[in-house]
Design a protein around this ligand. Structure first.
Ligand code: NAG
Ligand code: NAG
Ligand code: NAG
Ligand code: NAG
Length: 444
């Protein structure tokens, strides 16, 4: 708030650090001052001053502008000839958006990343989907323009940088699409609950209206969200919506239903543990390993290129989600700082507008949360062995399944008893034969 003195202290600190860094490291990466975002400080914007020196950042973002994924059956804009590229793909605008976010990240993490690409400093992972892979590549183009000996073609201000990926069905961490029967069970249970049923009842008229007009069954909040998203993109691309859609699109009910849909998959803490937990665990474990100086290679930045659902699930798992549709390039940053006493501290930022993000208030811990306390606070959503937890125990079965399980259990018991009995009989007769034999032998 226009505190002149504070401004000068900050500006001087910034210049001081910059000079030290330039003299010590030349073109290498700068040491991280506790206030990052030097430019924002110089511009006198409100900037969080967090305790400690920045050591590590996890960045999780949504892809940029894209095409509708799957237009609805009666869609007047459902013909690809009206669109610049294929369904679900990243557009040129989306490429530009991520290129710019990459430039923004360069400023923010200039002290963690050298100006030349170095695989021992950064790791980029993407879900195995075209638009997230392409977003990751556009992002890296902004983050690492080739310089010096990395310039391989003077006409091309871009260099190839690896983006790692795992097939969606084999990825419980980022895509969160690896099969998990226990999760499916909890979701079905939630949807059958009276709380949820009464919510769906309230939106039944809307869902029926959407089904009748779009030619597609809209039964759940997530179905409604997909349709809302197609209408959203068509509006963005200046395509006139049919009159029936104009009556509901942008209205409070459809918007609420779509926003609410983003909280469904992490609605209970058990669901959050199975859906968002693996990614949170991955991040927190890496912080711990980094702090112990055991991260190999000893990287400083991990970037994850993913989806609106990834953003919503992670925020909700952290109890930081306010129902909304995460926009293109929405970006969560989990940063690790170390204070003068070597205490590791975690801060969470959420950038979903062009404004500089502020640290979020972690429930019961604040903006700068000791790592150990953070792990404690979220213990309920950090899975132990996720694969085992995803298996269905009889506790998580429906009555019919449990009855079936009980029936087969009894059958197995009966077979077991019979086997034991015949085994016992066999041993008995063998012993008898043996003792007869030994008695003969002793006689010899
Ligand atoms: C929203 O839905 C309620 C029923 O749940 C309905 O009464 C209301 O008219 C709807 N609002 C709009 C703007 O359509
Ligand atoms: C749903 O529509 C609203 C506009 O009413 C938009 O702000 C929001 O981003 C849309 N949600 C999705 C998932 O597209
Ligand atoms: C849609 O129209 C607005 C206002 O005329 C314009 O700024 C924008 O570029 C148009 N969008 C597209 C994708 O053509
Ligand atoms: C940005 O995030 C805040 C905090 O979750 C949320 O309240 C707001 O609606 C979001 N805005 C946009 C444009 O996504």
């Amino acid at each position: 708030m226009g505190n002149g003195q504070n401004y000068w202290v900050k500006a001087k600190t910034f210049v001081f650090f910059s000079l030290i860094c330039i003299s010590c490291f030349g073109r290498a990466k700068a040491q991280c001052p506790s206030d990052i975002g030097g430019e924002a400080v110089a511009e006198g914007k409100q900037q969080a001053s967090l305790t400690g020196q920045l050591k590590f950042a996890h960045v999780i973002f949504r892809h940029g502008d894209r095409m509708p994924i799957n237009p609805y059956p009666t869609d007047p804009w459902g013909n690809p000839k009206y669109w610049p590229t294929a369904w679900g793909e990243l557009t040129n605008l989306g490429k530009q958006q991520h290129y710019e976010l990459g430039k923004w990240l360069r400023k923010r993490y200039n002290c963690l990343l050298g100006s030349r690409y170095n695989r021992d400093e950064i790791y980029m992972q993407s879900t195995d989907v075209d638009r997230t892979l392409m977003s990751a590549e556009s992002h890296l183009a902004g983050l690492y323009e080739p310089i010096d000996q990395d310039v391989w073609n003077p006409q091309i201000k871009w260099q190839p940088i690896p983006v790692h990926s795992v097939p969606e069905k084999a990825d419980p961490i980022l895509a969160a699409k690896a099969p998990c029967p226990a999760f499916d069970y909890y979701l079905a249970n939630l949807q059958a609950s009276s709380e949820f049923q009464s919510l769906i009842e309230r939106y039944e008229n809307l869902f029926n209206y959407l089904s009748a007009n779009s030619g597609r069954q809209i039964k759940t909040f997530i179905d409604a969200q997909y349709l809302n998203n197609t209408l959203f993109i068509e509006t963005l691309y200046n395509k006139t919506l049919p009159v029936w859609a104009q009556k509901v699109y942008g209205g409070a009910n459809l918007t609420w239903a779509s926003n609410f849909a983003f909280s469904v998959n992490t609605y209970t803490r058990t669901m959050a543990r199975l859906k968002g937990g693996p990614l949170l665990k991955d991040i927190l474990e890496r912080f711990e390993i980094k702090i112990k100086n055991q991260l190999i290679p000893d990287r400083n930045v991990f970037i994850y290129s993913a989806h609106d659902t990834t953003i919503a699930n992670l925020l909700n798992t952290l109890k930081l989600f306010e129902p909304h549709s995460p926009p293109y390039t929405a970006c969560i940053m989990l940063e690790l700082r170390v204070d003068a006493n070597n205490m590791p501290l975690v801060s969470v930022f959420y950038k979903n507008t062009t404004a500089e993000p502020l640290p979020m208030n972690i429930p019961n811990c604040g903006v700068s949360c000791p790592l150990a306390k953070l792990i404690d606070l979220y213990a309920d959503v950090l899975p132990g062995n996720w694969v085992d937890e995803c298996k269905r125990s009889t506790l998580t079965m429906t009555y019919e399944e449990a009855n079936l399980a009980a029936a087969s259990g009894i059958l197995i018991c009966i077979i077991g008893v019979l086997l034991c009995a015949s085994f016992g009989l066999m041993i008995y007769y063998r012993r008898r034969n043996y003792s007869m034999y030994t008695s003969y032998a002793q006689m010899a």
